[in-house]
Write a protein that binds this ligand. Sequence first.
Ligand SMILES: C[C@@]1(CC(=O)O)C2=NC(=C\c3[nH]c(c(CCC(=O)O)c3CC(=O)O)Cc3[nH]c(c(CC(=O)O)c3CCC(=O)O)/C=C3\N/C(=C\2)[C@@H](CCC(=O)O)[C@]3(C)CC(=O)O)/[C@H]1CCC(=O)O
Ligand SMILES: NC(=O)c1ccc[n+]([C@@H]2O[C@H](COP(=O)([O-])OP(=O)(O)OC[C@H]3O[C@@H](n4cnc5c(N)ncnc54)[C@H](O)[C@@H]3O)[C@@H](O)[C@H]2O)c1
Length: 207
Amino acid sequence: MGLIPTMIDLQGKRVVVVGGGIIAERKINNIISAKPKITLISPNITPKLQTLVDHGQIKWLKKNVSSQDLKEAFLIIAATNKEEVNQQIVAEAPDYALINAASDAEAGNVQFPIYLQRGKLSIAISTSGASPILAKKIKQKLEKTYDESYENYLDFLFEVRTMIKNAKLDREEKQTLLTEVVTNDFMNAAQQTKYILSLQQKLKKRD
Ligand SMILES: C[C@@]1(CC(=O)O)C2=NC(=C\c3[nH]c(c(CCC(=O)O)c3CC(=O)O)Cc3[nH]c(c(CC(=O)O)c3CCC(=O)O)/C=C3\N/C(=C\2)[C@@H](CCC(=O)O)[C@]3(C)CC(=O)O)/[C@H]1CCC(=O)O
Ligand SMILES: NC(=O)c1ccc[n+]([C@@H]2O[C@H](COP(=O)([O-])OP(=O)(O)OC[C@H]3O[C@@H](n4cnc5c(N)ncnc54)[C@H](O)[C@@H]3O)[C@@H](O)[C@H]2O)c1
């Protein structure tokens, strides 16, 4: 395997999830905020998955999986409790599809790291299958360091960077400004507002 962490845009993409148990539920919870088109294939599903079906957030085909179901999928998640069915899904998946194999991660070509999200900040943790429990522990530690205040801080950094990117400054000046905001001095809203106002003044003078 040659695994590297990436950010994938799943919005509007066709995702096929096979199996309706607790693992399918966890994987769907993990990706649903990205707004993919999820089709769930399983003879039975958990109550929480049923709620998603009832709200029209996912489509459910109440049956055993067949190779036809895998066509045109961008991502396939094989999460049945039958090892041989999961293997067959991997074998029959189209060449272009991304595949996550829940019972034998190495059989697929995508693994989902556990992740922590604070608005625009994402921190993903993977142990490449060595210990998902360690990955979870590390996430809990990072949650304390990168607390909720990072959500606003990232929005602030985004706003500042957009202003600087569009300003008539040379590369060095841009670099200096982009570096000076990445410090603990700008973690609260009052400091952020003050900085944005002073930056606006500074950039106005340059126009
Ligand atoms: C972090 C977390 C995120 C998530 O899944 O959302 C996650 N597993 C979690 C928990 C967990 N998973 C397992 C246990 C039982 C203890 C144990 O076995 O150690 C527990 C503990 C628990 O449940 O608390 C069993 C297990 N996991 C995988 C296999 C298959 C294999 O190893 O081949 C088997 C054996 C199945 C079997 O026995 O048949 C595979 C994967 N699990 C991964 C992620 C990816 C690797 C990430 C990494 O290595 O860091 C990978 C490759 C993902 C993938 O499927 O893409 C989530 C945190 C919980 C949470 O958020 O609440
Ligand atoms: N990746 C992980 O983190 C992780 C953690 C624990 C377990 N697992 C693996 O995930 C698998 C699923 O675990 P679970 O707890 O969700 O199991 P589960 O028994 O709760 O659910 C399995 C689901 O698969 C469905 N199913 C069975 N045969 C099918 C078929 N032919 N077509 C379509 N659906 C079918 C069942 O009806 C059921 O809804 C386990 O086999 C285990 O190896 C993965």
